[in-house]
Design a protein around this ligand. Structure first.
Ligand SMILES: Cc1cc2nc3c(=O)[nH]c(=O)nc-3n(C[C@H](O)[C@H](O)[C@H](O)COP(=O)(O)OP(=O)(O)OC[C@H]3O[C@@H](n4cnc5c(N)ncnc54)[C@H](O)[C@@H]3O)c2cc1C
Length: 559
């Protein structure tokens, strides 16, 4: 990626653009990639880091959303299943199949309630028995149809389920099993899409820590939060992809909207060996006694579990509170009653705000999850139109981006040049297509680079097939492990700091690597990484201390 100062000067030299995209989450970066391919000049900015919003705080499931069937969101589920399949195929370095098990405690529960929920009547969702789940999973299989990337669902008896996943609640009578997918690094996916967009269309630009702070009839003023410099740009269209912040960002543009009604969702990252082995390679998708669906699955060598769903007024103030932690641990004890999981096992907490549409519904789980686009046309007050992106899932960002891009192209009187439907993501070029091929790839790169195969495997998981080039870098620091965290090397940290628009230590440890989310961001690790990154970024001792404190606070789930 280009250096931040270089990008800023490039924008300054030519402040006119077709599209200004506000927000560099998965929707903003996905749109940049989509529009860049069509030759549209876009400038993408985020007031924080890439993926700093919901895109780094999700449950990391790439899924159709089985439970949305209950709300009759068939279009959403169908679109999301197809997008899941595309991500499995074109981003296999980040998106992998996930075996999912639903423990079931009744055959017929929900036969009355679910249709009422389905009809939009005001009843609390919950109590989903085997028959209702069977209907949902059959629909799931049908819509995947010919494009199948995952096996069909099946049911398992209580006895078999207990053998496969020991310790599940004794009331269970059977389990439903199906496949969805998970994403290891949505944060890097966002960075990669911004990088790819600017590479395929060098007229485009992407910058983090740049806020749109005010606007007049023709211009939007950007402020670089690092240098405090400002510049006025002249867009033809503004796309507001700020997720839960859409209404706040519209206010900057002089619009009064009430599109959003975000809910916060928290997750715990847990280090508990008993639970780790009980889960095996399965995600447990379970219903708590209040009807809320929770999930728990292995994430690398830890476990992610969540989440809550609580309305919030200001997305900037959303943090996980003690009551949420208690609630999540209680749900876990409900599904695995014999396992001892406690506060001491929590290694990281994160909380994000779902960019849901405003709704007066009583139950947050009933708020529609489908995405919508609201266009405010240009008029006497404003020479640019404003597109507000509302809702959407991590899973279906590409489809949403495609639909928005088609509207943009129409407004700009341009033809679509390329589709992203079958386009490989950065890092997935010539990715080995089976486990055997992967092993072979690792061995071959190991032989040609002289780097041991375990390290090549790690690089492949982190950077996709870019790993080949990285393994071959003939520079001593590239092979020098960190003293405090030997899974990373000094050269690797330097590369990220230099090439991926890192401004703060948190960018590096939370959104370019998995260090924080895996609970490894302790004082010693952060101090070592701050020293390496600080050398590249010119941080003095005071600045390093400030950066370490902020990263520690984030690691503890307090920001
Ligand atoms: C708890 C939780 C669990 C979820 N689980 C899943 C899941 O398992 N699977 C799934 O598919 N989806 C899931 N989602 C939904 C998914 O994460 C979001 O729908 C998706 O990430 C939204 O992306 P976005 O780009 O629209 O918004 P965000 O990722 O929130 O990005 C918005 C960006 O806008 C920036 N911004 C704000 N104001 C301004 C401004 N004035 N100027 C410039 N930039 C600004 C922010 O800094 C932020 O980076 C979950 C969400 C949450 C919160």
């Amino acid at each position: 990626m280009e250096n931040r100062a270089v990008v800023w000067n490039r924008i300054k030299a030519n402040p006119e653009c077709d599209v200004l995209i506000m927000g560099a989450g998965v929707n903003g970066t996905g749109l940049l990639r989509e529009l860049a391919l069509q030759g549209v000049r876009c400038i993408l900015v985020d007031k924080g880091d890439y993926a700093a919003g919901a895109s780094s705080k999700s449950s990391r499931m790439i899924h159709g959303g089985l439970r949305y069937l209950e709300n009759a969101e068939f279009r959403l589920v169908s679109e999301a299943v197809h997008e899941r399949n595309r991500l499995l195929k074109y981003a296999p370095h980040y998106v992998m199949p996930l075996r999912t098990l639903i423990p079931i405690t009744s055959w017929f529960a929900g036969l009355i309630k679910s249709p009422l929920v389905f009809l939009g009547l005001p009843v609390t969702p919950g109590g989903r028995g085997a028959l209702i789940v069977k209907m949902g999973l059959t629909f799931y299989d049908v819509i995947t149809g010919r494009n199948r990337q995952t096996p069909r669902h099946y049911f398992m008896s209580k006895m078999l389920t207990e053998l496969e996943v020991p310790g599940l609640k004794p009331e269970m009578i059977c389990s439903a099993n199906y496949w969805d997918a998970w994403i290891s690094q949505p944060e890097r996916l966002c960075v990669d899409m911004a990088r790819e967009g600017c590479r395929i269309n060098p007229k485009c630009a992407a910058l983090n820590y740049v806020i749109a702070e005010r606007a007049d009839a023709r211009h939007v003023r950007l402020r670089d939060m690092a240098s405090n410099a400002t510049l006025d740009i002249q867009p033809r269209i503004v796309i507001n992809a700020t997720g839960a912040w859409v209404d706040l960002a519209n206010r900057v543009l002089g619009l009064t909207t009430r599109f959003m009604g975000g809910t916060k969702g928290s997750h715990l990252v847990i280090n508990n060996q008993e639970l780790y082995y009980a889960l095996g390679d399965r995600m447990i998708y379970y219903e708590h006694e209040d009807g809320r669906i929770c999930i728990t699955f292995r994430f690398m060598d830890k476990i992610i579990m969540g989440s809550t769903d609580i309305r919030v007024a200001n997305p900037d103030e959303a943090v996980c509170d003690e009551a949420e932690i208690d609630y999540m641990l209680t749900t876990l004890r409900g599904v695995f009653p014999k396992l001892k999981v406690s506060m001491h096992d929590i290694v990281h907490i994160f909380c994000g705000v779902r960019p849901l549409p405003f709704s007066g519904l009583d139950y947050t789980s009933r708020v529609p999850r489908a995405h919508q686009l609201q266009v405010t046309d240009a008029d006497d007050q404003r020479t640019y139109s404003v597109y507000s992106l509302i809702g959407g899932k991590l899973t279906s960002f590409r489809a949403f981006g495609e639909q928005v891009a088609d509207k943009v192209l129409r407004e700009l009187s341009l033809e679509r040049k390329e589709s992203t439907r079958e386009r490989t993501y950065y890092g997935a070029e010539e990715y080995p297509d089976s486990e055997d091929a992967k092993q072979l790839w690792i061995e071959l790169v190991s032989q040609s680079s002289g780097v041991d195969s375990a390290r090549v495997k790690t690089l492949l998981e982190r950077y996709g097939t870019q790993a080949e080039q990285l393994a071959k870098i003939d520079e001593p620091t590239w092979r020098q492990p960190l003293e405090t965290l030997p899974e990373y090397t000094v050269g690797e940290i330097r590369m990220i700091a230099e090439q991926e628009q890192v401004l703060h230590l948190s960018d590096l440890v939370r959104r370019r690597t998995l260090i924080t989310i895996l609970g490894e961001a302790n004082m010693a690790v952060l101090t070592e990484i701050a020293a390496i990154a600080g050398e590249v970024l010119g941080w003095d001792e005071d600045k390093r201390r400030v950066e370490v404190d902020a990263a520690l606070k984030e690691a503890a789930g307090r920001s």
